[in-house]
Design a protein around this ligand. Sequence first.
Ligand SMILES: Nc1ncnc2c1ncn2[C@@H]1O[C@H](COP(=O)(O)OP(=O)(O)OP(=O)(O)O)[C@@H](O)[C@H]1O
Ligand SMILES: CCCCCCCCCCCCC/C=C/[C@@H](O)[C@H](CO)NC(=O)CCCCC
Ligand SMILES: [Ca+2]
Length: 502
Amino acid sequence: MSPVPENCFVPTSEIIAVEETELNKKQRNIGKWQKMAKPHAFTVYYVKKARNHRWRCSDVTFWCVDEHLCNQWIQALKELLEMQKSRPKHLLVYINPYGGKRQGKSIYEQKVAPLFSLASISTDVVITEHANHAKDNLLEVNINKYDGVVCVGGDGMFSEVMHGLIGRIQKDSGIDQNNPKAPLVQCNIRIGIIPAGSTDCICYSTIGISDPVTSALHIIVGDCQPLDVSSVHHNNTFLKYSVSLLGYGFYGDILKDSEKKRWMGPMRYDYSGFKTFLSHHYYEGTISFQPAKHTLGSPRDKDSCRTGCYICKKSEQQLAEQHKECGLKHEEDEEEWKVIKGKFLAINAVNMSCACPRSPKGLSPAAHLADGSADLILVRKCSRFDFLRYLVRHTNQDDQFDFSFVDVYRVKSFQFTSKLSEDNESNITDIGKKRFGQFCRDHPACCCNIANSTWNCDGETLDSSAIQVRVHCQFVKLFARGIEENSKDEAVYSQSSIEQLL
Ligand SMILES: Nc1ncnc2c1ncn2[C@@H]1O[C@H](COP(=O)(O)OP(=O)(O)OP(=O)(O)O)[C@@H](O)[C@H]1O
Ligand SMILES: CCCCCCCCCCCCC/C=C/[C@@H](O)[C@H](CO)NC(=O)CCCCC
Ligand SMILES: [Ca+2]
């Protein structure tokens, strides 16, 4: 038995498949195999880690004269693969054919389906025909027969699938999602994202790259990454769940403008981003929040959340303890609320870094995927030039929180009310404000916007500006493992590597 000349260490957890190889005449007639009467061979397909967190399917073929020995190897390796219990065998796949550059279907068919078939994963594929098709379908399908749900599309498609799954589980458990204090039931069925959208921030922030083949391989090896989810309510009405960005002001306005430009594809965000930057509107309101005292980290930490993150592990332990104490009174309601009134250009609450190709370190580089907290970033009224400096720091190594007009807090819940709705609630009927609508009556050039902004919730607009938000620790699970530290150079090899077997 002889491996290829170059050294090759592969943990069994990263073998994709093992197959007997039919050698053709030409192959049999090369090198030393020429001398053998009838060589036998098998091929091991495995994950090859390239630069920038990119994974590829590579293969190595082992040749041997003894047919029995060759079959023993195939059998032994297949048994090792069978022992990988976290790997999915049967998946439900939703493809949005219109997301991003409208390439979802071809990306799946050309890059992903062949890998699933190589890894003996069977699939039921639904190509969506309209928005909410996947969500509605998940409310009635027999989800128990699947080991995971895969969405091919962008953050919006992920959000739809996540809402379908969470909604289905709450419905089956008799939980009313409209109750902001309801003890929601966790979603244990894993979701895989094959990126084919415009921002793909959830995929990028949980894997480190937005690449369909890399994501498919994380699904095949059965990775599992828990994610925090925020529930968003307006009084006693459930609005949405969020995993990446809840943004008011700048990101809400970009989204609202970009929705009219969907035909532009991913470019619409650059166009609307530039336009929104020039408009430079700020909004008045009150934000109240409960600091996340349970978590070990802070948004100003230098270290980021990475595979096996100890801060997220600690939160997982705390969550398990909470579940054990289930039924005992939680003191959450009595914990302190901090209240901030002000004029804001942007209010961003992020459950994860929100790293994406536009900003590889994201809106909050030290945010954690699964620590049960969100980072609340308040960008107060400042000059256009200062706001530009702030934005540019999302794309370089400088600290984007090191500005006098930017504050950041790690929170477990928050509420927001705009000044306009506060005024309306206190029955102030200033006809002048109503008549002049959008712009500040006293200072037409001051960029103060009397109208409300809208909330951008993972790329979708919310109907209400007054919202109550609660972070649910590790509420959904993805086929991912977080971003690996220097994945190319520091690969950790398990005891059961093939090299040892050989
Ligand atoms: N067949 C369909 N026709 C129209 N809309 C669809 C269809 N299938 C899904 N959708 C909706 O399209 C929205 C956007 O899709 P998706 O997230 O895949 O792409 P995107 O908006 O380009 O990317 P991103 O969300 O990353 O910015 C989703 O909210 C989803 O509900
Ligand atoms: C002069 C250069 C300045 C450059 C500044 C770059 C800053 C980029 C930060 C990007 C943050 C993305 C946050 C992710 C939001 C997603 O949930 C959402 C759904 O996909 N996308 C958008 O709302 C789309 C939002 C699009 C933002 C551009
Ligand atoms: Ca978090």
